[in-house]
Design a binder for this molecule. Structure first.
Ligand SMILES: *Cc1c(COP(=O)(O)O)cnc(C)c1O
Length: 472
């Protein structure tokens, strides 16, 4: 008892700690927080000393603890992370990474006044969508274009504007769920259209649509199955056939393309996906896709199609509720501009660059990361290199395996699960893949400069594990 009182007296007073130069400096930013954390840290030590009789720490150690709390408190909740999973469009990691031009455009729109809704020629009110609709028409061949918050909104709004109170015909094989909460039947119900399912899960024929169509049919809907494929005995009606039927019935054909490629990557081994312009050329009356999937832009839902249909959608009251902000429009415009030269787009749009990265280049990058890591971690882990397959992700190209290279890490004296957990806590956090007792770092999704950061993070994570004095 007496002894713990003596120990407690060795702890400095709050004022004494606050006079430390480092805390003085932090106090200039936010004195209230520094005072609060100083009190908290001292209180914590008083408790510990009373209950266990440990020696109190010195002033420097206390100051470091206060600073750590202060910095943790000021760290953004939304922070940059290193994506070493190889999943290019990782929904949990924010999908597409913007090109430099797109990011700079968004920054400009955020930091300055813009002509968002002003026609600079006439001085009169302008339309915010004009900044991208011309480019979208030029790139895709569509008559008209509109942009909303995301593709879910694009589908919902289009159905609400064109088919509420009437029927929409869709194949049973296309009643998909995407990303856990976007379910075509539920979106259709919410929009007010009546769902008319035709065909079966694996086979739907043109005659199924024909038999179901009637005077109340407002739309023929085709949905890209995105994240899954039915294999074996299957049949779906082609876009051309559906368009042909739509013309005969005088019913518009709408397609939810999901990802929406603007460049054909067949020559890079990524085939089987129709491009947006190909679908428009086939005569689809209305088409929607995401801005932040294979297009590699900001989150947005792009609606393309015949002028009179897009006009009806643009006038619907929901359009205002689902509209996009100036930063999104700026980033989307810059992303689209890159597509005027497809070869440039493949270099500059990070999503495309990651998808088409050549195995020999990935191998070189893996070798480099291997050397950095081997040097940094020493004997604390076994570092290797091997071939692996990465994925597009984001519900895109589910069957395509992209040949890639990875660095493997087998830590000493700790499970890979624990190491992966530690890596989520480093600064910046690192997201990895696990394969049995091996930690996999797929270099496909590493951005320039991240290899060095990753090596530092790995040391931080291994230190945390191997240092028994570190509190958990
Ligand atoms: C991804 C996807 C959606 C949803 O798009 P978001 O931009 O995520 O809202 C809708 N339909 C299909 C076919 C998709 O692949």
């Amino acid at each position: 008892m007496e002894q713990s009182k003596n120990l407690l007296r060795q702890l400095p007073a709050v004022d004494q700690l606050l006079r430390h130069p480092l805390l003085q400096e932090l106090s200039r930013e936010n004195r209230n927080l520094v005072v609060a954390f100083t009190r908290q840290v001292l209180m914590g030590w008083r408790k510990r000393i009373r209950s266990t009789g440990v020696e109190p720490p010195g002033i420097e150690e206390l100051v470091m603890e206060i600073r750590a709390r202060y910095e943790a408190c000021n760290r953004s909740n939304l922070q940059a992370v290193i994506n070493a999973t190889g999943v290019v469009l990782h929904t949990n990691l924010g999908r597409a990474v913007l090109s430099r031009a797109a990011a700079e455009a968004a920054l400009m729109a955020a930091r300055r006044y813009t002509n968002l809704e002003l026609n600079l020629e006439t001085g009169r009110r302008g339309n915010r969508y004009d900044h991208v609709s011309g480019l979208l028409r030029e790139l895709t061949g569509a008559e008209a274009a509109l942009v909303v918050n995301n593709n879910a909104a694009a589908v919902y709004l289009s159905l609400a504007a064109l088919a509420a109170g009437r029927e929409t015909i869709i194949s049973r094989g296309q009643l998909v769920e995407i990303g856990g909460s976007f379910r075509i039947p539920e979106v259709m119900a919410q929009s007010g259209t009546r769902l008319v399912e035709v065909g079966t899960t694996n086979k739907t024929y043109l005659r199924d649509y024909e038999a179901a169509a009637g005077p109340d049919t407002a739309l023929l809907l085709k949905v890209h199955p995105s994240n899954y494929r039915i294999r074996g005995f299957t049949h779906e009606v082609t876009t051309a056939e559906l368009v042909d039927l739509g013309r005969r019935l005088q019913v518009p054909v709408m397609e939810d393309l999901g990802s929406g490629f603007l460049v054909d990557l067949q020559s890079y081994g990524i085939g089987g996906e129709p491009t947006v312009q190909f679908e428009i050329k086939q005569g689809v009356d209305l088409l929607t896709f995401s801005g932040d999937k294979l297009l590699g832009g900001p989150q947005a839902g792009i609606i393309l199609g015949r002028r009179e249909l897009v006009d009806v959608i643009a006038r619907h009251p929901l359009t205002r509720a689902l509209r996009v902000d100036k930063m999104t429009l700026a980033a989307l415009e810059a992303t689209l501009r890159a597509y005027r030269n497809p070869d440039l787009a493949i270099k500059e749009v990070p999503t495309l660059a990651a998808l088409v990265a050549r195995p020999e280049d990935l191998r070189r990058r893996a070798k480099r990361l291997h050397s950095l890591l081997a040097l940094a971690v020493g004997s604390r882990a076994r570092i290797g290199i091997k071939e692996i397959a990465s994925q597009a992700g984001g519900g895109s190209l589910p069957l395509i395996e992209l040949p890639s290279w990875c660095v493997t890490v087998i830590p000493a004296g700790v499970t890979v699960e624990e190491l992966a957990g530690r890596l989520r806590q480093t600064n910046p956090p690192v997201l990895v893949r696990l394969q049995e007792d091996t930690l996999i770092l797929d270099v496909r999704t590493l951005l320039p400069g991240e290899s060095e950061e990753l090596a530092r993070a790995m040391v931080e994570a291994l230190d945390g594990i191997n240092d028994p004095s570190r509190e958990t």
